[in-house]
Design a protein around this ligand. Structure first.
Ligand code: SF4
Length: 213
């Protein structure tokens, strides 16, 4: 897809959803970081349900370290991979205190050095908490990028690189939300709702879903 075509694609999503927001509940960079770590292979709704109690008991790295792995696990048992996630949250909280004075860093290298934090999580935190023009490619963005022709690629990293090259820099920050929400609610994995899609005329998917009769 050419850059002008990609721009029109993003502009159409913007018109459909002018003020996109993360659907994860958080109050500051630390709780955002923890919420994103918890969200791997889990829905935002399930994370939000568990994080209410977790963030009340552990609102900052020191309190989270005091809770300990077992205390954290107690709050997040309803989420998939909870054992691993409890270990990561305890370890990343300790690392924030040991290396960053208890403050979440804003740069990629420091974020990705934290336990349980990979490129996607770092991209979300850099974008949402620190206003940087990053593109976190989750399962929805990977699918939308490939299906529509916006940013085809065989790996999340390849799709990320195409999106960064295609989308004007000024639109990159909200584009992360526009693409996730579009994939989550309209361009769904099993049955994309093409009949009510804001970018149907720009999308190159050949097998568009007709309107239900
Ligand atoms: S037209 Fe269909 S396949 Fe294309 S972006 Fe819209 S929902 Fe997805």
């Amino acid at each position: 897809m050419s850059r002008p075509h990609a721009r029109r694609f993003i502009e159409a999503l913007a018109r459909a959803n002018p003020d996109p927001q993360s659907e994860l509940t958080y109050v500051d960079p630390f709780t955002l970081l923890v919420a994103v770590v918890l969200s791997a292979q889990a829905t935002d709704a399930s994370v939000n349900k568990a994080s209410v109690g977790l963030f009340a008991a552990g609102p900052d790295p020191a309190a989270m370290v005091a809770l300990g792995e077992a205390g954290i696990a107690h709050h997040i048992r309803s989420i998939g991979l909870w054992r691993t996630k409890a270990r990561h949250v305890a370890a990343l909280s300790a690392a924030l205190i040991a290396k960053h004075g208890g403050i979440v860093p804003s740069d990629r290298a420091a974020l990705e050095a934290l336990p349980g934090v990979g490129r996607k999580t770092a991209n979300v935190v850099m974008n949402v908490a620190f206003g940087q023009s990053t593109m976190a490619v989750d399962t929805h963005i990977f699918r939308v990028g490939n299906r529509t022709g916006l940013a085809p690629g065989s790996t999340p990293r390849a799709v990320e690189a195409k999106l960064l090259a295609q989308i004007p820099a000024a639109m990159l920050r909200p584009a992360h939300h526009w693409l996730i929400l579009h994939g989550r609610y309209v361009c769904k994995a099993r049955r994309p709702e093409c009949w009510r899609c804001a970018v149907a005329d720009l999308c190159r998917y050949m097998d568009k879903t007709p309107a239900p009769s």
